[in-house]
Unconditional design. Structure first.
Length: 139
């Protein structure tokens, strides 16, 4: 289940409107609507924790592999990293569509590919814009 679907389901389960959730999280209602309807993800990991606290769930419930991967790529490598991560996950979704792999096997494969992405980014650090290098080295 994607982040937006989980967020919507949990919000409704708690009897909250988008506006109420947005106010509690310190974001706009438009932001929450974007997560639920447009397939957007929080730009910073801290927001997952804030939302999880409001919805009384563990942050890992909201941080799907895909969502956290895209968020981390954006934090470490800017918009180019985010774009690459989105493209990679979209291509993988197409690869898995209609397949007969078990969910656990798909998750493991997705994790292995994400690990390969991070390794390639580390090995190609010289191509990372300078403003993102320090963040990448610290993370």
């Amino acid at each position: 289940m994607k982040f937006g679907d989980k967020l919507k389901e949990l919000r409704k389960l708690r009897g909250l409107t988008q506006k109420e959730l947005a106010e509690a999280a310190g974001v706009s209602q438009r932001t929450i609507a974007g997560y639920e309807s447009d397939g957007k993800y929080p730009r910073y990991r801290e927001l997952y924790t804030i939302l999880a606290g409001i919805l009384d769930v563990n942050p890992s419930v909201l941080m799907t592999d895909e969502g956290s991967f895209i968020t981390e790529a954006a934090e470490h490598y800017g918009s180019a990293g985010e774009r690459q991560a989105r493209q990679l996950t979209a291509e993988l979704a197409g690869l898995f569509a209609g397949g007969s792999l078990a969910q656990d096997d798909m998750d493991e494969m997705m994790k292995a590919i994400q690990d390969a992405y991070w390794l390639s980014k580390e090995q190609n650090r010289k191509y990372v814009p300078k403003k993102f290098r320090q963040d990448a080295e610290e993370g």
